[in-house]
Design a protein around this ligand. Structure first.
Ligand code: PTJ
Length: 247
């Protein structure tokens, strides 16, 4: 891998690209994942590569939802596995969630490579390989889920996918948390908690909030959930992008 000087102004995004490239080389990330990364980078650039206060509020609401949940699940695709494998495992531990691999470009090899990669980063169990249930109303590979995983979940974290699964999961009555840098994406616009932030910052931030809220009582968590307005969060993100107060 090419050395990137620490003072390079775009060090973070170059490192991210390398992780995605490596993901493709290891058979974890799909080639379409490279395109998704480029799209995300453009939005992150326009947001000033920082966590907006509204995204931090969303991360706190996400932590509260996950702590209140009976069966929370974190859904992992090829980009998520390449970018934040250890951080996903830490979040799962902090909120006692299951991790489930769910892919658009699903192959047995990629499913296994991602599950192994997550185990190498400390995951004790990884769901998604059984695929013994389906999300109704979806006719592509993302419909395949585990009966005791996403299918039975009450709260699902759905990072980095713009598509119809978010709508189908909402139809099933699940509460969804989306992590997506595009505030106009369909999934961000249809869920309880859209976190418009880079997954590299968002996942550790939700974990930090979850640790902070670990001893909070149910009423306090319910209040955080009730006070969060997804429309406000999306409006703030779009405003930041359109106004572009970049230095
Ligand atoms: O691994 P697979 O087979 O399940 O395929 C996964 C991809 C990502 C290829 C697939 O889900 C896809 O095509 O996604 P889209 O439609 O390109 O949507 C990805 C969304 O994630 C876009 O809205 C991007 O802006 C956003 N995004 C990309 N990188 C990041 C991001 N959001 C947060 N953090 C990022 N680092």
């Amino acid at each position: 891998m090419t050395e990137i000087p620490e003072d390079h102004p775009r060090q973070e995004s170059l490192l991210t690209r390398h992780r995605i490239e490596e993901g493709v080389e290891k058979g974890i990330t799909s080639r379409q994942g490279l395109i998704a990364e480029g799209r995300g980078e453009a939005f992150d650039y326009l947001l000033g590569e920082r966590t907006l206060p509204s995204a931090d509020d969303a991360a706190r609401a996400a932590a509260a939802h996950l702590l209140l949940a009976d069966r929370p699940v974190l859904s992992v695709n090829g980009n998520v596995a390449a970018l934040v494998p250890g951080e996903i495992v830490e979040l799962a531990e902090a909120v006692e969630a299951d991790i489930e691999v769910n892919l658009f470009n699903r192959t047995d090899e990629r499913m296994r490579a991602i599950a192994d990669h997550l185990r190498e980063h400390g995951a004790e169990s990884v769901k998604g390989l059984a695929a013994d249930a389906r999300i109704p109303g979806l006719d592509h590979e993302r419909a395949k889920v585990d009966a005791d995983g996403i299918h039975a979940a009450d709260v699902v974290v759905v990072p980095l996918e713009d598509g119809d699964r978010a709508e189908a999961l909402a139809e099933m009555g699940k509460t969804e948390i989306v992590i997506d840098l595009n505030p106009l994406s369909r999934s961000a616009r249809s869920v309880a908690v859209p976190i418009v932030d880079n997954i590299l910052r968002a996942v550790p931030n939700v974990t930090e909030h979850a640790r902070d809220l670990r001893d909070a009582d149910e009423a306090a968590l319910e209040r955080i959930v009730a006070e969060f307005d997804p429309k406000d969060a999306l409006r703030e993100a779009e405003r930041a992008i359109r106004q572009g107060d970049l230095e």
